[in-house]
Structure formats: structure tokens, C-alpha cells
Design a protein around this ligand. Structure first.
Ligand code: NAD
Length: 331
């Protein structure tokens, strides 16, 4: 009989791709989310629309599965997480407290929690050339936002469920995942998607001005979605119980990211730096432990990943613009 897996947040960006990946590997998959995947139908064997802040829904969702990939979260890019602290801390605490306890009560043996690079202390990320973050850098703790504090508490919850109840918990710290079929407009989109959208609009309208939050010299590393789901799968199989970074370790500035995407799009852009949330000044992943633990690191280059992502976002922008053209002017 095939392994039965629950993916929470299966209507979201990473969850949707993970369901596809697990189906290809022959797993039986249940997806749960507040919403269906926005851009393509799910491949899950069962998909339930449910609010995982509610205990009964968590009990139902975790029944009869061998593994849980816990991805559900109220989240978005910097614009969103820097301005909804109470809501994020409240919603994500409820989701994770209830899902983990329900999994325990249903006797689920393996549980993987998706944490974030946002748990790392702000004081280690004040320079654009900040040293890559090692897993042990998490303490003493001082995440920038409530989003990161909640992730840190749930990490600890998973560690204690392993110690006290013998549950096999796994904890991954993502560093900026991107790819097609992710949110690209509406306020929750992250930098690679937002930049791809702005550049697609510039290309399609002929207006070369691109707005960038802050001076654009803030640095990040970005990891393509295929590597993300591969890493998730490998970590779940492994016997490693402590938090583990998952991301690329090539740092670029947001200005460089914009130039790379403009190059892919084949347009010349003019950057206009405006006030906006920038997050920490510099952040990169130290992949020493990842390499040692999984014998693997992400493989897809930033250029390769951005080319695929940009093409998808440009097609989305084009379709949206076509919808907005009044019918009378269409031929
Ligand atoms: P996403 O927003 O696309 O997906 C999260 C999904 O959770 C959404 O579909 C949302 O509807 C669902 N959800 C929210 N509240 C819910 C609720 N009460 N009940 C049920 N479902 C609910 O985000 P993503 O990028 O796919 O991220 C997946 C996980 O990885 C999240 O936990 C996120 O915090 C974490 N993470 C992502 C990144 C990244 O770069 N994308 C970085 C760090 C951590």
C-alpha cells in the first residue's frame, strides 16, 4: 500500500508543487487549504477546503495518514509580513498548535514543519554582505517580525513533541523560494514575482520605469521551487531532527535581481527607488549542514529558475491585460 501523506497549505505555492512531486513518487496525497490552488488543478487524491485554525478540522485532516507536511500559514512577502503582525501571530499559532497536536492524537509518526530564514536574529543581518546564516545562529533569538517569532516557537514545539512523545519531527528553514504558479500580484507576492510582474508590465506597455523598495542594495539568496520540493522530500526521509536551512547560498542585491530579470525579458529598465519595507539588510544561507546531512544542495541556478518564472508571469500579465482591454476595441 502506498504511503499516505497530508500536505497542509496544498492550495498555496509550495504546497501545490509538493503535491505534484509526491504524486509522481507514488504517494497517496490529501491536500487541505482554505482555498483551491489558484493557477492549476490539484493532483491530490483528496482535497479538502478547511480552516486549520480550528481543532476539529485539524483532527479530521490528520486522520489516517503516515506523514504530514505542514505548510499552511498566513504569509506573504515583506509588504505583507511587516504590516500584519497580530493577525499572522494569531492565525499561524492556532494553525500549528492544532495541527501538530491533532497529528499526535491521531498517531501520525512523521511530521515536517516549514519554518523560515525569518527566524534568524536581526542583529546578524545588518550589512549587505552579512555572513551566511548557520542553523546555530538562531539563538539568542531576535527575529525581525512576529512571523519569525511564531516560526521559532513552532520549531521548539516540534522539538519538544519529538523529545516528550517520540514523534519523528523534521524542521526546515526556507530561504526565499520562487517559481511559477506562485502569487505574483495582490500584496502577498515576494520579490522575484513582484519584480517579474513589474518588468513584464514595462515590456508590454513600453514604460521602462520599475519601482524598487528602498535603495535596492539589500541582499538575499533565492531558491527555485524544484529544489525546494526535492529538499523537503529528502529531509522527510532523513533521520535528522534539528532545524535545517534549505535555500541557495548565492547572494544578490534586489537591484541585481531586477537586472537579471530585465535581461531575461530583453528590455531596458529604469529603476526608481521609493520608500517601502526592505526587511533585513542582508541575508544568505549557510549550506554546510544541508550538504552534510542530506548529501545534496539545490541544483537549479538563479538564471535558469528566473527564466522559467519570468516566462510564466509574463504570460499571466499578458492574459490579464487582454482581459482589461474593452471588448469594443478587441479584434
Ligand atoms: P502560500 O501563501 O502560497 O501558501 C500557504 C497556504 O496556506 C495558502 O494557500 C493559504 O491559503 C493556506 N492557509 C492559510 N491559512 C490557512 C488556514 N487557516 N487553514 C488552512 N490553510 C491556510 O505560501 P508558500 O510560499 O507556499 O509557503 C508555504 C510554507 O512555507 C509556509 O508555512 C511559509 O511560511 C513557509 N515559507 C515559505 C517561504 C517562501 O519563500 N515561499 C519562505 C519561508 C517559509
Amino acid at each position: 500500500m502506498s504511503t499516505r501523506v497530508l500536505v497542509t497549505g496544498a492550495g498555496g505555492f509550495i504546497g501545490h508543487h509538493l503535491v505534484n512531486y509526491l504524486k509522481k513518487r507514488g504517494y497517496w496525497v490529501r491536500g487541505v487549504d482554505l482555498k483551491n490552488p489558484q493557477y492549476a488543478p490539484t493532483a491530490a487524491d483528496e482535497f479538502a477546503l478547511a480552516d486549520l485554525r480550528t481543532w476539529e478540522n485539524c483532527l479530521e485532516a490528520t486522520r489516517g495518514v503516515d506523514q504530514v507536511f505542514a505548510l499552511a500559514a498566513d504569509m506573504g512577502g515583506m509588504g505583507f509580513i511587516s504590516s500584519h503582525h497580530a493577525m499572522i501571530l494569531h492565525n499561524n499559532s492556532l494553525i500549528n498548535l492544532n495541527t501538530l497536536e491533532a497529528a499526535k492524537q491521531n498517531g501520525v509518526p512523521r511530521y515536517l514543519y516549514t519554518s523560515s530564514a525569518c527566524i534568524y536574529p536581526e542583529f546578524k543581518q545588518t550589512e549587505t554582505d552579512a555572513a551566511p546564516l548557520k542553523e546555530e545562529d538562531a539563538y539568542p533569538a531576535q527575529p525581525q517580525d512576529a512571523y519569525g517569532w511564531e516560526k521559532l516557537v513552532t520549531e521548539r514545539l516540534c522539538l519538544h513533541y519529538a523529545q516528550d512523545y517520540g514523534m519523528e519531527t523534521r524542521i526546515v528553514r526556507f530561504h526565499n523560494m520562487f517559481g511559477p504558479l506562485g502569487t505574483w500580484e495582490g500584496g502577498r507576492e515576494k520579490a522575484p514575482a513582484a519584480m517579474s510582474r513589474k518588468i513584464a508590465v514595462a515590456k508590454l506597455t513600453g514604460d521602462p520605469v520599475i519601482e524598487i523598495w528602498g535603495d535596492g542594495e539589500q541582499t538575499r539568496s533565492f531558491c527555485y521551487i524544484d529544489d525546494c520540493v526535492e529538499g523537503l522530500y529528502r529531509l522527510m526521509q532523513s533521520d535528522f531532527r534539528s532545524p535545517l536551512n534549505l535555500g541557495q547560498d548565492r547572494m544578490v542585491t534586489i537591484n541585481e535581481l531586477a537586472d537579471m530579470i530585465a535581461n531575461i525579458a530583453g528590455v531596458t529598465i529604469r529603476k526608481k527607488h521609493i520608500q517601502g519595507p526592505m526587511g533585513v539588510r542582508g541575508r544568505n544561507s549557510d549550506n554546510t549542514l544541508l550538504r552534510k546531512t542530506l548529501g545534496w544542495v539545490p541544483q537549479v541556478s538563479l538564471e535558469q529558475g528566473l527564466a522559467i518564472t519570468y516566462a510564466w508571469i509574463e504570460s499571466q500579465v499578458k492574459a490579464k491585460m487582454a482581459e482589461q482591454v474593452p471588448t469594443a476595441t478587441r479584434r
